[in-house]
Design a protein around this ligand. Sequence first.
Ligand SMILES: Cc1ncc(COP(=O)(O)O)c(C=O)c1O
Length: 503
Amino acid sequence: MPRRRKGASLIALALDRDAPEALHRQLYRQIRDAVLSGRLAPGTRLPSSRSLSGELACSRNTVVNALEQLHSEGYLGGLRGSGTYVSEELPDQLLNAVRPTAPETPGGGSAEAALSGRGRALLGLMPRRGARHRAFLPGLPALEHFPFDVWGRLLGRVWRQPPEALPRHGEPAGHPPLRAAIADYLRAVRALDCDAGQVMITSGAQQGVDLVARLLLEPGERVWIEEPGYPGLRGPLLAAGLEPVPVPLDAQGLSLEAGRRRAPDARLAVVTPSHQYPLGRTMSLARRLALLDWAHERGAWILEDDYDSEYRYAGRPFAALQGLDARRPEGGGRVIYLGSFSKVLFPALRLGYLVIPGPLAAAFARGRAALDDHAPLIAQPALAAFIEEGHFAAHVRRMRRLYAARQQALLAAARTQLAGLLTVEPDEAGMHLTAHFTPALARRMTDREATRRAAAAGITVMPLSSYFLEGAGPQGLLLGYAAVPEQAMAGAVRRLAGALAGG
Ligand SMILES: Cc1ncc(COP(=O)(O)O)c(C=O)c1O
């Protein structure tokens, strides 16, 4: 039986501590639904965060987190000092979301009320998409430098006169030449121990997580995820009915001690060891070995998301967990390696891959066939040629130099214009910097509020707190710099500084 607490009298709020959805998300969703359905009328004053946390028997942080998000999305007004009210004027887009687009629901509620609990939890993970500006959208590469002429030529070469078998159904694991090209690349560059038979092409990293979750785990099983971590990896875990358990990081990476304490029975750990996303730390060798020991002792799995591995500007990368695992005396087999082409080519490509332990590869292919047959084949032959003919490696080399210079430009602009607002440190890898709030800025606003203000100034940033599943987390902003030309950097940083300085 879930332990339910009697909710806040006003709109019968109730938190379910056994649900996979974090408490602050539950609270956020319930208040938002009450606003959208009219149960909380515009202008209604909410109880204080202190009394809500008392009534709901949850931490004040949980309540503050939920209220701040509702505030930054425009549902609530007047957060500090004068009490919290339901906004008099809800943004149009919110009203539109419940008017014509809402399906008929038996209770006449909002469209979201028609979704399953799992569906609502998924929506809760993803902020509404607003405008996405090049400065400073994390994960966006320098598209103006991508060799689209080469790419177009390769696509045309394959599809003007495709080999007879190509337009038919392909293999569930993907186009064999692409799988071979990826295996060669990973062996040479990331010291993986793999052959083409272990590579499965996916529609991006998220689908890789989805396949691992559904093919290896039972619903209800628990999964260690990094806290903070990339929310896009949590969605497929929730959708597969798993329970993601946030595990804090220490100086060496994911804390095994905390993981063992919080979910001793976990069946999977999802980690970003090369470059922790979003904080940018590298998992130490000792921690990698200890994590492998854990997986072998428990018969658990490790999903190694090597997202940022291509863009390392200083130092040598540690060997991937997959390769370390394969070199254990008793043999490997506990690590599934996850890769994506979103940042080296372009995000809309939606191609990624899994490297599956050899003995499981055939079973994965059959399981995959039952779900969606295979990833679309249109781009796969062109991508295979792009890698085989050296364009991929050349592009990575060019972008590595370009992004290193763009990071320097961001640091230089931040030093002069963001001093006193944000602390920005260099990072030896990746495509973004994580800027932490100074105490002075933290006294004035939250990172969600800062994100809203930046958006109004035409700048896209991501609030660091949104990468935490529990608690408010430290306040900060992710600044993706890869898509911002050096000459545009100072101007963009100035606009961000202006947005944060006012008020
Ligand atoms: C850590 C991490 N893994 C994976 C991805 C996404 O990969 P894909 O676009 O292939 O789903 C991202 C995107 O930002 C990410 O930050």
